[in-house]
Design a binder for this molecule. Structure first.
Ligand code: GAL
Length: 725
């Protein structure tokens, strides 16, 4: 064939394919597309609609599924008939529909603060600072939901996604609701039954994932393991952390640390706020030499006292930064507080930015960062018309900026073989394994607890941080919950508060801080389960086996003028949560002296006394101001250590006290490794099995399996405490 002939034939081919593609695309406009499902991991199916975009949440996070752990989960079939899910492309957007039966409840759709039940919601999933409404705008608007029927769905898109979670009533519904006459029919409903979760993705194609399970927790585990498994913090990350006033000097920081020591309060790391930098908002990412004249010597002195340092940053670059000129070509079209926005999708930007952090801070022993203001609000961040050198849209950048900076910051620590644990204000699906905890500027205590519940289905960690309080009562109530959370922290950047700032309750606060330290073997083992098995260490009751929703009608406002569509709804449990496998935490808030606690099936015991508290029932507790009610599952084992002021050092042996509650046979997997490095990724870890059985005389006896040969062993003497008499 002549060259001309060859060219002609290629062109004809291309034309034919283009016509086919066009026909195919047009047909999406009218017909629902049959989705081709592929089981990519046991119990996880991937489906594609249209042509998914090149950039998505999984690409942004770069995480890899934990195949081995996924293979160990019990097999489960596809949760519904595949034909019940459909997708089509219209107007350049993807329309998705998932089935929803009459009794199903939905959880998830990111880090919500006021609601746990998501059925009936209309949301736009959009990374933002939480604005006091559960409308989809939040720090991690994870496009993942879990059904009470035990399956999960994930939409892998870095777009602002619209969700109609059982709100739209379709004409083609198999069980379309019948219309009723409101004039005469008392059973008329403002919310007729909707049989679908419908989702609009503003792109001409998307990947969707379905996670099977027999219970909601299975689907969550699959989602987490698919995202690489949860983070395993260093032991010190689970101790106590204090963030000091913004303009503190190194001298003041050292004085503060000395007060903790002198007063007997635990402290593992101190957070320095914007004032550590020579300029902030926008930042220079270098030490302020007037406040911190000798950073390396200071960091070392602190480390020698057992205290690490964490640095606040937001990533917006000042003209005064030493690397400003080098960075300039790799920043977006708009500024944030007049700082330039690095495009972390450009390898050059990453190199320049993280080289600065690495050589100036990580190299001298800085243990981690607090990555602020990568979430919103709109008026602060770049607008959706901004452009970035990588070509990624402003929208996709907004949805993934937090993920990108988490991901690439970890590399600095990985290279040093030292784990990090810090804070971040924005994340998304794919962030499960990132060593960061979300926080914000909002401060409603009740809502902080609901966020803790929702973090368990959003693939993130959340801290109900303590800042300042109006009263000693509020201080103590807040302190009680931060101790039972992923990061025990006072954020005193503005207030300068210290644990002992409210003298009336200082003793109680101290006791709680020490309890946090005593519980470290438990916290550490629970995080190991997050990492190796995907079980979120903090989660709501909906993920708990044996928990049945107490269906109670909420009183309704019957004033027709104010609310003509008023309807009673099911009460959601949003003020009690699980802390690890064995503990149920039921906080009290300022002004409360008693509260109701819904105990799941089986017997539950008082954490402090070991006494039976109830069995599958609603109890009322009046614990007094000093106590946060905590209950232990029957057969529950809680490994504890001495109340040390700093987490055990790398490889340091500590004695363990094993507390056992109840009457049932108990089993607990106690995790162990060196506590600080990434060697666990190479198998340098072990789980030791703790068992409690009744012996021939009917007495309880406990055993612990031997240390695993060749693996790190930090467990010294073991003693037992049988809590239930
Ligand atoms: C806020 C952040 C606070 C504190 C402050 C310092 O954005 O949420 O925790 O770090 O910045 O300027």
């Amino acid at each position: 064939m002549s060259r001309k002939g060859l060219l002609y034939s290629i062109l004809t081919h291309v034309k034919q394919h283009a016509v086919l593609l066009l026909l195919l695309l047009l047909s999406f406009g009218t017909n629902a597309q049959q989705i081709n499902w592929q089981e990519i991991e046991p119990g996880i199916w991937k489906g594609m609609v249209g042509i998914p975009e090149a950039y998505d949440l999984l690409k942004a996070s770069g995480v890899k599924p934990n195949h081995d752990a996924l293979a160990k989960l019990p097999a489960s079939p596809f949760p519904f008939s595949k034909n019940e899910i459909d997708g089509k492309i219209t107007d350049g957007k993807t329309l998705l529909r998932f089935p929803l039966d009459k009794t199903e409840q939905l959880y998830g759709f990111g880090l919500n603060f006021q609601t746990v039940h998501q059925r009936g919601k209309i949301l736009q999933l959009h990374v933002d600072h939480y604005g006091e409404k559960d409308n989809g705008r939040t720090h991690s608007p994870t496009p993942f939901y879990v059904s009470s029927r035990g399956y999960g769905v994930f939409i892998n898109s870095a777009r602002y996604i619209n969700v109609y979670a059982g709100t739209g009533v379709r004409k083609d519904s198999k069980e379309a609701p019948v219309s009723k006459d409101r004039n005469t029919d008392k059973s008329w409903s403002a919310h007729p039954y909707s049989d679908a979760v419908e989702i609009l993705v503003p792109a001409a194609g998307v990947e969707i994932y379905v996670f099977a399970g027999t219970a909601p927790m299975d689907a969550v585990r699959r989602f987490n393991l698919f995202n690489g498994g949860g983070v395993l913090p260093p032991r010190w990350g689970l101790g106590f952390t204090q963030r000091v006033r913004s303009l503190y000097t190194s001298e003041e920081v050292e004085k503060e640390a000395a007060s903790f020591e002198a007063k007997g309060f635990p402290l593992d790391f101190i957070g320095l706020e914007p004032g550590w930098q020579s300029r902030s908002y926008p930042g220079t990412f270098e030490w302020d030499k007037t406040r911190y004249p000798q950073p390396a010597a200071f960091v070392k002195r602190m480390f020698d006292k057992g205290i690490r340092l964490n640095l606040w940053i937001n990533p917006y670059v000042s003209k005064q930064a030493s690397f400003y000129e080098a960075m300039k070509p790799y920043t977006g079209s708009h500024t944030v507080w007049v700082g330039e926005v690095p495009d972390f999708l450009k390898p050059e930007a990453r190199k320049i930015f993280f080289d600065q952090l690495q050589k100036d801070q990580v190299a001298i022993g800085i243990s981690g960062y607090k990555i602020d203001e990568v979430d919103g609000y709109d008026s602060w961040l770049w607008p959706d018309v901004a452009t970035f050198p990588s070509g990624i849209s402003a929208e996709q950048m907004r949805q993934t900026y937090g993920l990108l900076i988490q991901r690439y910051s970890v590399e600095m620590f990985h290279e040093k073989n030292q784990r990090t644990f810090g804070l971040v204000r924005a994340s998304n699906a794919g962030g499960v394994s990132m060593p960061y905890v979300i926080y914000n500027d909002y401060y409603k205590h009740e809502d902080f607890i609901t966020a803790l519940i929702n973090s368990g289905t959003a693939g993130v960690l959340w801290t109900p941080e303590v800042r300042a309080s109006k009263t000693a009562e509020e201080w103590l109530r807040r302190f009680q919950t931060v101790i039972f959370s992923p990061m025990a922290m006072i954020n005193a950047w503005a207030s300068g508060t210290q644990p002992w700032s409210y003298p009336e309750v200082t003793e109680q606060v101290k006791e709680l801080s020490l309890l946090r330290m005593q519980m470290m073997p438990y916290w550490y083992s629970e995080f190991a389960k997050y990492h190796f098995e995907g079980t979120p260490p903090f989660h709501g009751m909906a993920l708990e086996a044996g928990f049945t929703q107490q269906i109670k009608k909420e009183t309704i406002n019957n004033n027709l003028e104010e609310n003509p569509y008023a309807e009673a709804t099911v009460k959601e449990i949003k003020d009690q949560y699980m802390a690890g496998e064995n503990l149920l935490v039921a906080p009290l808030f300022t002004g409360q002296t008693s509260r109701k606690v819904v105990l799941p099936k089986g017997k539950w015991y008082d954490f402090y006394t070991g006494e039976l508290a109830g069995e599958g029932q609603v109890i009322t507790v009046t614990p007094g101001l000093s106590k946060i009610p905590v209950f232990v599952k029957d057969g529950g084992i809680i490994p504890m250590m001495n109340p040390m002021l700093h987490a055990p050092k790398r490889g340091e042996k500590v004695d363990i006290e094993i507390r056992y509650y109840g009457t049932k046979t108990g089993k607990y997997m106690l995790y162990d490794d060196d506590g600080e490095t990434f060697d666990y990724e190479k198998g340098e870890y072990s789980f030791r099995e703790i068992k409690v059985l009744k012996d021939s005389k009917g007495l309880f006896a406990g055993t612990v399996s031997d240390p695993v040969k060749g693996k790190p062993n930090t467990i010294g003497n073991i003693s037992w405490k049988f809590m239930t008499k």
